[in-house]
Design a protein around this ligand. Structure first.
Ligand SMILES: [Zn+2]
Length: 244
């Protein structure tokens, strides 16, 4: 059984390394993923502004056309003034001209606003395009670094898994499965001693009969409270390897 405990101790070391590497593998691409999300957001923003810009350009064209029509009408009425014979006709025409002038003022103001907005949108698109190019380069560079790092870590992980397989040979599969879960959940410690009838993992006082069972070392026994694998600590043994 001593050999079994030593194997578990070895296995624990490998498992801790494995969990560390797995955590790193998860962390390494985090920043890159963030940059990619930012990149997609910029793409969406550019698309949105471009479509907005298009409708503003359409609006601007329509206003120019309306302005032309108004000016034509104004010219037409103004050219008629010299032909007028009565005061009534004169009043009617000048009233028409005044209305057209008012309309022109409204159109011109709207046109100015539209042009201003178009200019602003173009500016934002330029800024976003600069960001787009910068990010594209950064993502490509970072992507290379991340890939290299991930490959290195994956190699280490493969090595760990091989070591785990080697150590696990001869150990009960179910015990390994449970042990792995405990090591993961219980801060990396899945194997603890019993000293003075107390589990050194969770400090629970264990019944004497239970302690005797552990001491006999006939089978792997788990702490009923913290689920860690237990071994009996003999004062005289003073086993450096197994002191926890
Ligand atoms: Zn315990």
């Amino acid at each position: 059984m001593q050999e079994g405990f030593n194997k578990l101790k070895e296995l624990q070391k490998v498992l801790l390394e494995e969990f560390d590497i797995e955590a790193e593998l998860e962390d390494i691409p985090t920043e890159l993923h963030g940059l990619k999300r930012k990149f997609q957001k910029i793409q969406r923003t550019i698309k949105e502004i471009e479509s907005n810009l298009e409708s503003h350009n359409e609006r601007s064209k329509k206003l120019i056309k309306e302005k032309e029509e108004c000016n034509l009408n104004k010219d037409k009425y103004e050219s008629q003034i010299s032909l007028i014979k009565t005061q009534r006709e004169y009043e009617a025409i000048t009233s028409e001209i005044a209305q057209i002038k008012e309309k022109l003022e409204v159109i011109e103001e709207e046109e100015m606003n539209a042009l201003q907005e178009i200019e602003e949108m173009k500016k934002v698109i330029d800024e976003q395009n600069d960001l787009y190019v910068q990010l594209k380069t950064t993502i490509a560079e970072k992507g290379k670094v991340v890939n290299k790092l991930m490959k290195e870590k994956q190699k280490k992980l493969d090595k760990c898994l091989k070591a785990k397989e080697k150590i696990s040979a001869g150990l009960d599969e179910e015990v390994i499965y449970k042990f792995e879960k405990i090591v993961k959940k219980k801060d990396g410690i899945g194997l603890v001693s019993i000293r003075n009838n107390v589990c050194m993992g969770c400090n629970m006082i264990l019944p004497p009969q239970f302690v005797n069972d552990v001491r006999r070392e006939e089978e792997i026994i788990f702490c009923p409270n913290c689920s860690r694998i237990l071994y009996y600590y003999e004062e005289k043994l003073e086993d450096e390897e197994l002191v926890i």
